[in-house]
Design a protein around this ligand. Structure first.
Ligand SMILES: Cc1ncc(COP(=O)(O)O)c(C=O)c1O
Length: 385
């Protein structure tokens, strides 16, 4: 009856079961996995956002497959590029799915980093595309293991995915890595698909850091972002793809993307009409998100001074904190113990395919009172170890 693509094992894991039980019993939960910006009491200009999606024209339906010209121009102006290189989508997730349709036939492969956030694999699976992992190495900072990446390429490989900066490690792609990746992709005729949703959340300037991949790469490349993270407005459902690479292949990619986009016409008119204003408002929302991330990272670091066995890994940016905890129990047991005895919900590292074990991931976007309390409880739980 159903496709093999959707033949998932949907049985809840032990952490989900414990969470449901605590919710049912009304026991308090400090959710340090919360990364929905609309659920963490951020200071956002609500009236202005409502006004932006109610502008004249927002109720008129005159769709343009790649996005309304004014909306594409607004995105292009942020990057200083030609609006002809922008394709609007309903989200970055949708952008991935359109790029998989563009680049891959069923059974073709894309290479994706590990550790990284797990949604990529589902997005690929739903397009009948196979994800083959390539490793990111840690030697005090994260880097692409370029030899292993090239060794993973097969005749059916079509693209290399990069998450720039990575979720959850926070590592940005470096210019030198991009040069090496470009050379590999040119040798094997692969495209680069770059997820840049957290690009504007770098912690400190770093001259080694690559900018937008679609502007800096020499091969067919796609940079994806959207309002979800760039403006903390996931509910408005608007993302975009910037297409890069040599002019000839870029134009062909844009022609085909236009056809894909025309088949769905998925971006709602009000958000397109309001996009220029929303991108202006995004600056202040990002400032409020950055301040939240910095305060929570500082309070985590303070709390962990009482628990020297737990290490907060250095990060270059993004919304997450990665903790290395003593390997006295599995990651799942750590998460179960923290939820069961402290009421603190964290994500075990295996959700993100960390190779080493002993990793927990926290969202730094949480409300500050919730986060500080949770961080102190994690420290208390690990202090005697
Ligand atoms: C790295 C990364 N890319 C993409 C997304 C999805 O973004 P969107 O809401 O635009 O689909 C997420 C969501 O958490 C993410 O972490």
């Amino acid at each position: 009856m159903f496709s093999r693509r959707t033949g998932w094992d949907l049985a809840p894991n032990r952490l989900t079961l414990l969470l449901e039980e605590r919710r049912r019993s009304g026991a308090p939960i400090l959710d340090l996995t919360e990364s929905n910006p609309t659920a963490v009491w951020l200071d956002v200009p609500g009236d202005e956002i409502r006004a932006a999606i109610s502008l004249p024209g927002s109720l008129l339906y005159a769709p343009d497959p790649m996005g309304l010209p004014s909306a594409r121009a607004a995105v292009a102006a942020r990057y200083g590029i030609d609006p002809g290189r922008i394709v609007l989508t309903a989200s970055t997730s949708e952008a991935y799915s359109w790029l998989f349709k563009l680049l891959c036939d069923p059974g073709d492969e894309v290479l994706a980093p590990t550790p990284s956030y797990p949604l990529c694999e589902y997005l690929a699976m739903l397009e009948s595309v196979v994800v083959r992992p390539y490793p990111l190495g840690w030697d005090g900072s994260w880097h692409i293991e370029l030899g292993a990446l090239e060794a993973a390429i097969r005749p059916t490989t079509r693209a290399v995915l990069v998450v720039h900066p990575n979720n959850p490690t926070g590592a940005f792609l470096k210019r030198e890595e991009l040069r090496a990746l470009d050379a590999i992709c040119a040798r094997h005729d692969l495209a680069i698909v770059s997820d840049e949703v957290f690009h504007e959340y770098g912690l400190a300037d770093d001259d080694r850091r690559a900018g937008m991949v679609a502007l800096e790469s020499g091969v067919l490349s796609f940079s994806m972002s959207g309002l979800s993270k760039q403006a903390g407005l996931p509910q408005l459902k608007c993302g975009w793809i910037v297409v890069g690479g040599p002019e000839e292949v870029r134009s062909k990619a844009l022609e085909r993307l236009e056809m894909i986009a025309d088949t769905y016409l998925s971006v709602a008119t009000p958000v397109q009409v309001g996009l220029a204003r929303l991108l202006e408002l995004a600056d202040s929302i990002r400032a409020s998100i950055r301040s939240r991330l910095a305060k929570n990272r500082a309070s985590l670091s303070r709390a962990l001074s009482a628990a020297p066995s737990v290490q907060l890994l250095d990060s270059e940016g993004g919304w997450y904190a990665v903790l290395r905890v003593p390997a006295i129990r599995s990651e799942e047991e750590w998460a179960l113990e923290l939820l069961g005895s402290q009421g603190v919900l964290v994500q075990p590292g295996y959700f993100f395919d960390f190779a080493t074990g002993g990793i927990l991931v926290l969202s730094l976007l949480c409300r500050e009172d919730v986060f500080t309390d949770g961080a102190l409880r994690i420290a208390r739980s690990a202090s005697g170890l």
